[in-house]
Design a protein around this ligand. Structure first.
Ligand code: ACO
Length: 345
């Protein structure tokens, strides 16, 4: 195998002697449902205004799945697009990892349902739950299997039907979220670097900032849990906001440090699309220029685990990312959980 060209950055994996092996994204895809809910629509549902939502979050509209359209449907549609772009057949997929907080049902896993829908008969399949940070967690998990030569082709999906756990009477949260899915095919690609590093972190002491109390072993569904609206997500917005800015910038700086990269070398930062003010604050603390930051939350709102996956798909397929570009993905979510990844495209 020919040696890699002299590095433009440090490859943190080199110390593990992963010579001739990379975890590269061979194709991406995304799918959002067709129904759009605008801020004007929300004005008719709760006491809010387009002005408040736009100025406090940057969100203008979000896509909502139909009643008979589930997380696995969104995930499968995104997956098929990623497979087409990568030139990978269903038979070639070794593993499917779906990051989601809105599985079709508690079990079986949404990944198993996707496996059936796309016909990936050979693939192992499981879900991963790290809320809005799920996509980077899933990328890192996939990388471990590929770098260890356990698997050659892994399908990673972030998919959510958040509309199924949003309390449409709670103006504090219902304006923020949307449905959708993003997918990536990960493979070993000779003479590339691919996923250079992925930082992951969590702080369970702050698990009460963002949660859904009902439906688990602690509070199974009952008349009381339904009456108390416990099957909807709840969020302490202000405190979550502060934690997000802190954790995202810290994770991003750690990822850059590991690769010995200055922020100016990053072509595109793709942050979790929760709130434009969070994105701006993180970009400022990283010393990034506005043109380095990818934003599409005005169209989709916060789609949790699907968020950076959908954004990555749009960035790549709109031509903003070229081979050899360096990308910085940054995520934050319930748990709390967070992460940052550096990818050479
Ligand atoms: N329309 C009008 N007024 C509203 C609305 C609304 N939709 N929502 C809240 N308000 C009101 C509040 O009631 C409050 O009124 P009060 O002062 O009379 O009590 C006022 O607006 C200000 O509320 P704040 O909570 O202080 O508003 P803030 O500027 O913090 O913005 C927001 C709220 C958008 C939720 C913000 O805090 C945020 O984005 N937080 C982080 C979200 C996030 O990153 N989540 C993590 C990922 S999600 C996941 O993992 C699933």
């Amino acid at each position: 195998m020919s040696p890699l060209p002299s590095p433009k950055f440090k490859n943190p994996r080199a110390k593990y002697n992963f010579r001739g092996r990379t975890c590269s994204i061979a194709g991406v895809g995304a799918y959002v449902p067709s129904r759009i809910l605008t801020n004007a629509d929300l004005e008719k549902m709760v006491n809010t205004s387009d002005e408040w939502i736009t100025s406090r979050t940057g969100i203008k509209e979000r896509h909502l799945a139909a009643e008979d359209e589930f997380t696995s449907d969104l995930a499968a549609k995104a997956a098929l697009k990623a497979m087409a772009q990568a030139g990978v057949t269903a038979e070639e997929i070794d593993l499917i990892v779906v990051a989601t907080i809105t599985p079709d049902m508690p079990f079986p896993s949404t990944a198993a349902l996707v496996q059936r829908k796309i016909g990936a008969r050979r693939a192992a399949a499981f879900d991963l739950e790290a809320a809005c940070a799920g996509f980077i967690y899933a990328l890192e998990v996939a990388q471990q299997f590929i770098m260890s030569r356990t698997y050659d082709t892994v399908l990673v999906i972030g998919a959510e039907k958040l509309s199924s756990i949003v309390d449409w009477q709670d103006r504090n949260t219902c304006v923020l979220f949307g449905d959708g899915a993003g997918a990536a095919i990960l493979r070993n690609r000779p003479n590339a670097h691919g996923l250079l590093t992925a930082v992951m972190g969590a702080d369970g002491t702050k698990s009460d900032l963002l949660f859904m109390a009902g439906g688990g072993s602690r509070c199974p569904a009952s008349e009381e849990s339904v009456a108390n609206r416990m099957h909807f997500l709840r969020m302490e917005g202000k405190e979550t906001f502060k934690c997000a800015v802190q954790a995202m910038q810290t994770a991003a700086k750690e990822a850059l440090r590991r690769c010995e990269l200055d922020i100016s070398r990053i072509k595109l930062i793709i942050p979790h699309q929760a709130n434009l003010r969070i994105i701006d604050a993180v970009a400022e603390r990283l010393g990034a220029k506005p043109e380095q930051v990818f934003v599409n939350l005005h169209k989709f709102g916060n789609t949790s685990a699907a968020s950076v996956a959908i954004a990555l798909d749009e960035a790549v397929n709109s031509g903003r990312v070229q081979a050899g570009d360096l990308l910085l993905l940054i995520v934050f979510g319930a748990g709390l959980t967070w992460g940052a990844a550096v990818i050479e495209w």
